[in-house]
Design a protein around this ligand. Structure first.
Ligand SMILES: [Fe+2]
Length: 318
């Protein structure tokens, strides 16, 4: 069972200060070491974001995934259109570094599955014929709520010039599985066992790039409340509160300092055994949301693509 779940992502960015301010406002904890910042969810030991400072513009450095069976992955990657490469300078040489057919860099790290989160209070609502809350308010005054504290990194979405080739790479090379797709424009992949509906997704664009990472919070109210607070602090664009069709999660996206997005989510579909799941190919009208506000004009704009774009230099491992 190769890829087991999400681990982290790394971005090259122009300003570490802006990145620290944005992600700490989002509820993550930052540790800076020179030109590098690691960010993690408050109750987790491992960083889920690494920012590398001093670059002219934002650019995806790599995606890291929990995996086992690294030897099998190394064997499968070339036939899936990828390449096993050396670790980039300054990064852990352990695990397995590979590139996909478009030059996107992945780090497969031999780690077991994440410990399940502690059980949260059920999100119960009064429904017709089913009253679960009586003589008390569901919502407290705003000051009663602590600032957002994301629980874990749930998934990442990257741009790809050929979404179906990216899916083929992660399914045949990394052992992931197709959860659902909308034509050849967007596709969602998961681990084969005990996985959120999507761990890694791809959206069509002229080049590769980082679109968003999504962080789990407890319930829909936390998505809405945390999203609103981050929009107010960041002063940039947002999309939400809404609910996706594909994956079913409640969402609120807030634009980061470089035009990509941070998502809070709750209540995503779960796939315990992909062999018992049937992927759906959705119409484009279902690809974004079941409901929610109007989409920001640049929501799917890939700011990493320009005339200056060139695939990363990587050294083949053999
Ligand atoms: Fe998402």
């Amino acid at each position: 069972m190769p890829v087991i779940g999400p681990l982290s992502f790394a971005l090259e960015v122009p300003s570490l200060e802006e990145g620290i301010a944005f992600y700490t406002d989002a509820g993550l904890a930052a540790v800076q070491d020179g030109n590098r910042v690691d960010l993690r969810c408050a109750d987790q030991e491992r960083p889920c974001i690494t920012l590398l400072g001093g670059f002219a513009r934002k650019r995806l450095h790599h995606i890291a995934l929990r995996a086992d069976g690294l030897a099998q992955i190394a064997e499968d990657v070339p036939a899936a259109g990828g390449m096993v490469v050396h670790a980039p300078e300054g990064f852990d040489a352990g695990g397995l570094w590979v590139t996909d057919p478009h030059g996107m860099l992945f780090h497969l790290v031999a780690l077991p599955a994440e410990e399940p989160l502690p059980a949260a209070e059920p999100f119960a609502i009064n429904a017709p014929g089913r009253i679960v809350r009586n003589r008390r308010s569901a919502i407290l005054p705003a000051r009663a709520y602590a600032p957002a504290k994301p629980l874990r990194l749930g998934h990442m979405l990257c741009f790809s010039p050929d979404v179906l080739a990216s899916v083929r790479f992660v399914t045949e090379g990394l052992g992931m599985a197709l959860a659902d797709q909308a034509q050849d424009v967007i596709a969602f992949t998961c681990a084969r066992k005990n996985s959120d509906h999507h761990v890694l997704a791809f959206a069509k664009s002229p080049g590769i790039g980082f679109h968003h990472a999504s962080f789990q919070v407890n319930d829909p109210d936390e998505v809405g409340r945390s999203g609103r607070a981050l929009v107010d602090r960041a002063g940039r664009g947002d999309w939400g509160f809404g609910r996706h069709t594909i994956g079913s999660n409640f969402f609120h996206y807030i634009q980061d300092p470089w035009g990509s997005w941070f998502e809070y989510y709750a209540d995503m579909d779960f796939i315990d055994d992909h062999a018992l799941w049937t992927p759906t190919n959705y119409a484009m009208e279902d690809s974004l949301a079941s409901w929610g506000p109007k989409l920001p004009e640049d929501f799917v704009h890939n700011y990493e693509v320009s005339e200056a774009f060139a695939p990363r230099d990587v050294a083949p491992a053999s």
